[in-house]
Design a protein around this ligand. Structure first.
Ligand code: ADP
Ligand code: MG
Ligand code: MG
Ligand code: MG
Ligand code: MG
Ligand code: MG
Length: 629
């Protein structure tokens, strides 16, 4: 997560009084940052990944799996180990995450543009996992699963607490699964309060041959009346034939893999941001690893819209459901009372100042963009380029969600806390990151991918994206698609088995150099997009072409080839996605009754098998992973 300030977090009723203060100063901090670093040039390529883990306890004697809520202890042990020098030279760093059963790990120092760094990634991921494991208890394992299959089902977490906490007010998730740092429970409660109801996540249920249909979920405590929000489900929030979830933890409790790239300067950063944008849904679909939610097989394969709904703090008016309440103190100076998307969503506009985009603005930036008018005026006056004015005045339609009382008053010339407050709670597929200090340049973060089971796969997907950024910059690719088509692709990416069955909008003429050229927009399969077809060169062939000109060491090229082959075979369907492998595992399990229900035994066997695969037994999933060399 971004910012983890300390102090006294304000409850929503208090936050609402200060939202304008935070926005105003956040904008001044943005302007100060922009002025300080707009002419910064010549930063070298640096990059790094973030991988998230769930700490799963596997009791092999009782065939029982649980999430263990020991993030604090494990992170403390890792911090102590670091102090004692035990992590020296490992280049690993561990961070907090939303779920109290989660960890995040990154390389301690970022990688460089050196080719040899590309083959350090997998090893580093292995070391991170081994290191985390070393400071866990005997039966605890750090697993890179995107969603915990039995999240919110029975006694899924240890220590057990019944789901009746006042923070999330969930029917299913106890509050003790939330990271205890004040930021996280406050985020949870303030999202619920601002929205005026519990968040409502409805994932379509997979209809198997014996799934009761229509499906009216017997596991929802329909009649509970502990909190006012308990009425939400029965009145409107829980949909039949869907898996209903009602808390932030269902989304922010998912794992993913993210990548951050440093560009040479602000211009390259905006260009890279734009060109990577159309790849977000493509890589989401290709990384599909999330077919089960709250104990049910779903009809989708990826996590994205679950997180999106899990932090959707929009008021009814902002969701277009009620008359706008202009007296509501949280109403911003927005261009429209209705906000089409959650604050966790795909991006809404391109950022670069190049001719192709500028001359075809209406075509490519074709989403109606709600902006904060006051912020737009201020940052335009301050001299930010028009595209960045749009981008940031759009981010500023959101309220800050967590405010620490002690940090309200800041020196805007040195602090970026208020800026980061808004920035880090706009969770989009790409994030444009200004320099936080003199040591770091303008960066772009790629955030759409589901987490893969093995370090090999996570490394392969990460390295692939790194190589695509090299291709983009070396060949100066033009990858612009109308934003609305990227959003359409996001929808396609969610479909069950999208990898094999969906077609995605893409721009086939990526070598275009003029604003007038035909972009060649077509709908192609992932196989055609990744591996190429008569209509499009394909991203893997582009990367191979680039590598062929690089004079790299043979050993390195061989290892990179393993990664490209994995990506290529996932796209062609020769190897199945984690989502599809998990579905098959469930389907073949003797305990599975073809009613879409995941039992504790299936859950245990699945996670136990995943743990073994993680440890190198790839033959347990021969259709998902290549043969081990
Ligand atoms: P977030 O704000 O998304 O939580 P993190 O700090 O967790 O970001 O991770 C960012 C990633 O960026 C890490 O892998 C880190 O190694 C890497 N990184 C650190 N410094 C730079 C830099 N100057 N340029 C690019 N990447 C960097
Ligand atoms: Mg994270
Ligand atoms: Mg992080
Ligand atoms: Mg961070
Ligand atoms: Mg990140
Ligand atoms: Mg290898």
């Amino acid at each position: 997560m971004g910012l983890l300030s300390v102090g006294t977090p304000l409850p929503w009723t208090e936050v609402a009084k200060h939202v304008e203060h935070v926005r105003e100063h956040g904008v001044e901090q943005l302007i100060a940052t922009y002025n300080k670093y707009k002419d910064r040039k010549g930063d070298c390529l640096k990059w790094g990944d973030e991988v998230e883990y769930m700490v799963v306890k596997l009791d092999q004697t009782r065939n029982e799996a649980k999430l263990t809520l020991r993030q604090d202890e494990i992170l403390d042990a890792l911090i102590e180990a670091k102090k004692r020098g035990e992590l020296k030279k490992l280049n690993v760093s561990f961070h907090q995450e939303y779920g109290r059963y989660m960890l995040e790990a990154t390389p301690d120092a970022p990688y460089t543009g050196e080719f040899s760094d590309l083959v350090k990634v997998e090893k580093n991921m292995e070391v991170r996992r081994e290191t985390a494991r070393k400071y866990m208890q005997d039966q605890e394992y750090p697993l890179t699963i995107t969603v915990y299959p039995l999240m919110g089902v029975g006694k899924f977490a240890e220590p057990y607490e019944p789901p009746s906490g006042n923070t999330a007010r969930s029917f299913f998730l106890p509050d003790n699964i939330i990271n205890t740092h004040a930021r996280f429970p406050t985020l949870t409660a303030n999202i619920r309060s601002r929205r005026g109801s519990k968040v409502a996540i409805n994932v379509p249920l997979y209809k198997d041959k014996d799934t009761p249909w229509p499906f009216h979920d017997p596991t929802i405590p329909w009649d509970r009346d502990v909190y006012p929000e308990d009425a939400n489900a029965r009145e409107y929030a829980a949909k039949d034939n869907h898996i209903y979830m009602d808390a932030m933890g269902f989304g922010m409790g998912c794992c993913c893999v993210q990548l951050t790239f440093q560009a040479t300067d602000i211009q390259e950063a905006t260009y890279l941001y734009d060109q990577l944008n159309p790849l977000a849904p493509i890589m989401l679909a290709l990384s599909a690893a999330a077919p089960i939610y709250r104990g049910y097989l779903s009809d989708q394969d990826v996590r994205w819209n679950v997180i999106s709904a899990a932090v959707d703090d929009r008021t009814p008016a902002e969701r277009g459901l009620a008359e706008p309440d202009y007296k509501n103190p949280t109403t911003n100076d927005n261009s429209s009372p209705v906000i089409p998307k959650s604050r966790y969503h795909s991006t809404d506009s391109y950022l670069d100042n190049n001719e192709i985009l500028l001359k075809n603005q209406e075509f490519y930036n074709d989403l109606p963009l709600v902006i904060n008018k006051k912020v737009e005026k201020r940052i335009a006056e301050a001299g930010l380029p028009p595209m960045l004015v749009k981008h940031f005045s759009h981010l500023y339609i959101r309220d800050p969600l967590v405010i620490f009382e002690e940090l309200l008053d800041q020196d805007d010339s040195v602090s970026t806390d208020h800026f980061e407050n808004i920035q880090s709670t706009n969770w989009q597929t790409l994030r444009f990151k200004p320099p936080p200090n003199d040591d770091i340049g303008w960066r772009v973060e790629f955030r759409s991918m589901d987490a893969q089971i093995t370090d090999f796969e996570n490394a392969a997907f990460s390295v692939f994206i790194v190589l695509v950024t090299r291709v983009i910059l070396s060949y100066q690719l033009t990858n612009y698609l109308p934003m609305s088509l990227i959003d359409a692709n996001m929808e396609f990416a969610h479909k069950r088995d999208a990898v094999r069955t969906e077609k995605f909008w893409i721009r086939t003429n990526v070598m275009t150099q003029t604003p007038e050229s035909d972009p060649g927009i077509k709908q192609l399969t992932l196989n055609e997009i990744i591996n190429g077809s008569p209509e499009f060169i394909g991203f893997v062939p582009l990367v191979r072409q680039y590598l062929a000109t690089m004079n790299a060491d043979m050993g390195i090229l061989c290892e990179l080839d393993d990664y490209l082959t994995l990506v290529s075979k996932r796209a062609s369907g020769e190897l199945q996605s984690a989502a599809s492998w998990i579905r098959e595992f469930v389907d073949k399990h003797p305990d599975y009754k073809h009613d879409s229900v995941i039992s504790e035994k299936i859950n245990y066997d699945l996670l136990d098998t995943i743990e073994k695969i993680t440890q190198g037994e790839w033959s347990l999933a021969p259709n998902m992973l290549p043969k081990k060399k």
